[in-house]
Ligand binder design. Structure first.
Ligand SMILES: [Zn+2]
Ligand SMILES: [Zn+2]
Length: 338
């Protein structure tokens, strides 16, 4: 499926491409599943760099069916989950282990190189992690973005047992897993969602309180109810603009806000006085890296987090999956299966 232009779900149209040939050091992966991310919807609407002819999809798992020159034995025939960016492996950032910052490699699926709304993608041992028996490819597809993003954000917030964590966009693909992970790490979790019908599911996944479209006062009250009289220790901000101002007001002194999502790209209002007097800290967290993805797989096998792949659509139904995403009727992550 490719973009015929930018706009509504109907711009996703079938297309035929030659099967890519893996370059030296690369893997050819037959796609077994590809997650449908909010990022894809932004790209489809034209809010990101993707243009007509782009093949979206950066949440990919499948089987290695060919390898380029120089790839070690052992990859061919393996089932793998992929990180959404292929790094170069040699630049200064890669050398420091900061592969999410690499801009020298093949890049990000769906933007720099054709993505997973397709039967085949190229990959690399630098962005692939073997998928164990017991995790199917539709589930494996969502592990890096929908689960690993939250893991990385929680780690960067430095949360631990007893901390109070607010998760916004909690009913979405990243949110449902961030709630589970925070619960697993022993945090008390306040889940913020725009959809009242997702509340029961969020409580089942480990949320101690669910706040539906709270204003600043209601969110502080929810945080107070789980013991956070001074506010929340951390906010994992997955929606960005729509909830940001409310989230900041829910933070305790020295609270951390980690920006993960940007659903309505626009500048955010920062109140310097609040930041200064409460010594708040705010930083971004990008996608998972290969180490995060490997840890996610271990956490899934240990039962600490249960991936929530929502409805599965066939690849040809990509526009239906996007319509459902636009209508916010998807709990968890929609997956396209070829
Ligand atoms: Zn994604
Ligand atoms: Zn690099």
């Amino acid at each position: 499926m490719e973009l015929a232009g930018t706009g509504g779900p109907e711009v996703l149209v079938p297309a035929t491409w030659p099967v890519p040939r893996p370059a030296p050091g690369q893997l050819l992966v037959r796609v077994g599943g590809c997650g449908v991310c909010g990022h894809d919807a932004l790209a489809r609407r034209g809010a990101l760099a993707a243009r007509a002819g782009a093949v979206l999809g950066h949440e990919i798992a499948g089987r290695v069916v060919a390898t380029g020159f120089g790839v070690e034995d052992g990859w061919l025939g393996r089932r793998v989950a992929l990180v959404q960016r292929i790094p170069c492996g040699v630049c200064a950032d890669c050398s420091d282990g900061l592969t999410t910052l690499c801009r020298q490699g093949p890049g990000f699926y769906g933007e720099d190189l054709p993505g997973g709304y397709a039967e085949y993608v190229v990959a690399s041992p630098l962005n692939a992690v073997p998928l164990p028996e017991g995790i199917d490819e539709a589930t494996g597809a969502i592990l890096s973005c929908a689960v690993g993003t939250g893991l990385r954000a929680l780690r960067s917030a430095g949360v631990g047992t007893g901390d109070i964590v607010v998760v916004t966009g909690a009913g979405g693909g990243v949110g449902v897993h961030t709630v589970q992970l925070a619960h697993h790490f022993g945090c008390r979790v306040v889940a913020v969602t725009g959809s009242p019908d997702k509340a029961d599911e969020l409580e089942r996944l480990g949320a101690d309180r669910v706040a539906v479209r709270p204003d600043a006062r209601a969110l502080r009250a929810a945080v107070g109810e789980v013991g956070g009289r001074r506010g929340a220790d951390a906010v994992i901000e997955i929606t960005g603009g729509p909830t940001f101002a409310t989230s900041v007001r829910a933070l305790a002194p020295r609270g951390r806000l980690v920006l993960v999502g940007n659903t309505e790209p626009a500048p955010l209002p920062v109140e310097p006085g609040l930041m200064i007097l409460k010594e708040l800290r705010m930083h971004g967290s990008a996608h998972a890296d290969r180490g995060d993805l490997a840890e996610v797989i271990d956490l899934v096998l240990a039962g600490a987090v249960t991936p929530v792949p929502a409805h599965r659509w066939s690849l040809a139904e990509a526009s239906s999956a996007h319509s459902a995403l636009d209508a916010r009727t998807v709990t968890g992550r929609a997956v396209l299966v070829p």
